[in-house]
Design a protein around this ligand. Structure first.
Ligand code: SAH
Length: 357
């Protein structure tokens, strides 16, 4: 069978080098060979593990967060509940189970999932069948209305453009083909160069995700117009910094980005400041980013861990402690991962973010 590397090399030979963003989009989303089309990447046996797969506590905290925010919105019914990139559906299943403490919440929610992978859609359908979700390829397909949105490790999968400063000034990094192999090359910067902040242009390399910025702007516009909040959790920096972060990961190990596209996960640090700027320009309020560990602790993760442990066997109790550490500890996911909220300016500060703003 032809590999994605061969298909891309052929296309590049015909029409010229492609941007890193196009390469990333094809590697992750190609309808046959794309990374997310081919496999279930999660868990200790997969390529990487995400917070909802570490522990049910993560989704539970987010479910309770959604209930509280919905109440401050005036408990609208119906209300859109949207998840971007739900993976195995674990986060949403845990969230909606925890949210049963307010039955009216479950009755008001209309569940919409933004997912391109047919394989993961099937998994989500089996886990979330009771909530009658509808699926979309794109956020823009979702009807307008009051909105609660969750996105965990979604924005890091959105394509980035890369730029490097050479003797001749800024160049855009491209993917070219040489002897049928994919190699990096450079070209005059494309239009997304204009999206870089001055600070991002202060180093030797820079990265920007126009798709992420456009989505944050669209979210900001909708939240300002219809009310609601979007909770984005991902890894990245609070400030827009220079540098590059695109990485390929297979079986928990970094691998060559170009070596075998479609076989490894590609992701890049999320530029939270860039998302915040875009949402604010569109009329939304923003809160955070706050380190994931602090956010989860403020939401009461410690109390939840203690109550789970009270009913656990000694082995389960050790697992709960390990999961708690993994989610909260600064050496694990606690600091690199951050939570940011985009919200309607008419809402009070959301749970977890008080006295930050
Ligand atoms: N939120 C889940 C999964 C994170 S992995 C978790 O925390 O475990 C990223 C998810 O986003 C996958 O479900 C992937 O299929 C989906 N995805 C990636 N790029 C996408 C895109 N451009 N549009 C829609 N879904 C996408």
């Amino acid at each position: 069978m032809t590999t994605l590397a061969e298909l891309l090399a052929r296309r590049i030979a015909l029409t010229g080098p492609i941007t890193v963003a196009e390469f990333m989009a094809e590697s992750l989303g190609h309808p046959v060979h794309g990374y997310y089309q081919r496999r279930d990447p999660f868990g200790s046996a997969g390529d990487f593990i995400t917070a909802p797969e570490v522990s049910q506590m993560f989704g539970e905290m987010i479910g309770l967060w959604c209930v509280e925010v919905w109440q401050t919105m005036g408990s609208p019914s119906p209300c859109l509940l949207v998840e971007l990139g739900p993976g195995r559906g674990t986060l949403m299943a845990d969230a909606l189970r925890a949210a049963r403490i307010r039955p009216a919440f479950g009755q008001a929610m209309r569940l919409h999932l933004v997912e391109t992978s047919p394989h993961l859609r099937e998994r989500q359908a089996s886990v979330l069948a009771a909530y009658h979700p509808s699926w979309h390829d794109n956020f823009s397909e979702i009807p307008e209305g009051p909105l609660l949105l969750v996105a965990n490790e979604f924005f890091d999968a959105l394509p980035v453009h890369q730029f490097v400063l050479g003797p001749e000034g800024w160049q855009e990094r491209m993917v070219a083909a040489s002897d049928g192999k994919l190699v990096f090359a450079s070209a005059h910067p494309g239009p997304s160069f204009a999206l870089l902040s001055e600070r991002q242009r202060g180093g030797q390399a820079a990265e920007v995700s126009p798709a992420g910025i456009a989505l944050a702007g669209e979210l900001g516009r909708r939240l300002a117009a219809h009310g609601g909040a979007a909770l984005i959790v991902d890894y990245g920096s609070s400030q827009s910094l220079p540098g590059e972060s695109l990485q390929a990961v297979r079986q928990h190990q970094p691998v060559d980005v170009l070596a075998d596209p479609g076989s490894a996960d590609l992701s890049a640090h999320v530029d939270f400041a860039g998302l915040v700027r875009a949402a604010m320009l569109a009329g939304a309020a923003t809160h955070g980013p706050l380190p994931q560990g602090e956010f989860l602790q403020r939401l009461g993760l410690d109390a939840r861990a203690a109550s789970l442990k009270a009913r656990a066997t000694p082995a389960q109790a050790r697992d709960i402690d390990a999961a708690r550490r993994r989610l909260l500890d600064a050496r694990e996911m606690g600091t690199l991962f951050k939570a940011v909220v985009l919200s309607s300016p008419s809402l009070p500060v959301p749970p977890g973010f008080a006295e930050l703003t």
